[in-house]
Write a protein that binds this ligand. Sequence first.
Ligand code: MRU
Length: 369
Amino acid sequence: MSHPRPDIHALETVSWTGDASTGHLRLIDQTLLPGDFVQVDCRDVPTVWEAIKSLRVRGAPAIGVTAAFGAILGGQSRLADGIQAVRDGVQAATNSLRTSRPTAVNLFWALDRIDAVAREISTDDPLDFLDQLLGEARAISDEDKTMCRAIGRHGAPLIHEGDGVLTHCNAGGLATADYGTALAVIFSAVEAGTTLRVFADETRPLLQGARLTAWELQRRGIPVTLICDNMAAQVMKEGKVNLVVVGADRIAANGDAANKIGTYGVALLARAHGIPFYVAAPSSTFDLTLETGDAIPIEQRDPREITHGFGRSTAPDGIDVYNPAFDVTPAPLIAGIITERGIIQPVDLATIARVLGSAGPPTKEYRLV
Ligand code: MRU
């Protein structure tokens, strides 16, 4: 069944509909794009957990925003049982949502914010408590939108007239509350009048580049050429790529950056061809508790994503499969990290600390519970 295709500018990747007592979370089901545009309503925590785990909603900032709203649902289901029950419901929800995916630190950062605000709220009125907590979830979403616009503004001047820009996976509006990180840089450059062409890696095994990035760019009328991941070297060798920009899921204190599997290879190719490789990410993606990227937990996913992708078997039964969802690009391969506070350049401990300052990034340890 095909569905109506609304204007991309009107799409909300993640949103809360209604008030704290009866409202719900609404998501674009990204597993069905680009064929079908379907929004799913989540009215309980297990549905939110499943949506994150199965990548109906994905992208580091977007899953943070989703989890923040999801926590409200945990309290909502206990509203009739009094303030302690609502507090317990929210706590159970944040504990549960922490186990959905391990790599993107934005998830833990957002849930920590919800937990911290829940502790600070002193009211005895269950609805007032949940209202205030919904305010925090909305703030997380609104701040993400603001940060993405700022990332776009800071990064746009890196792209010059006529440039070819390669990106990997999807770091667009679908991966954030709005507008994206890596794609924000491209959108902002285009809005400033720069003519460019994007090369979108298809991004095996789940094709976020082909299904989502190509879709977002095409709908905005931005020239985009889809390539298989294994074509990037050839396209660079042909001189078609002037700059690479990707998103990130977790960045260590030294600038090592985890992103979708295949990103590290793209960075190596860029270095070999003398092409600058940039990462675009908000401060909520930094985990300064980790000295290097070696400590970033890498999600391992179902082998069937490789052997049975998109409906048919493409490998012999019983084959051994390795399916890490992310890899880590070492800081020395990164020309700069484009944040909402400016570009971190050179990418090292001191510059990261200076640009991020003490205000924004997480400073506690993030563990799966
Ligand atoms: O597995 P996914 O689709 O959630 O992976 C997403 C990425 O790797 C993105 O590049 C990253 O989260 C940055 S999104 C602004």
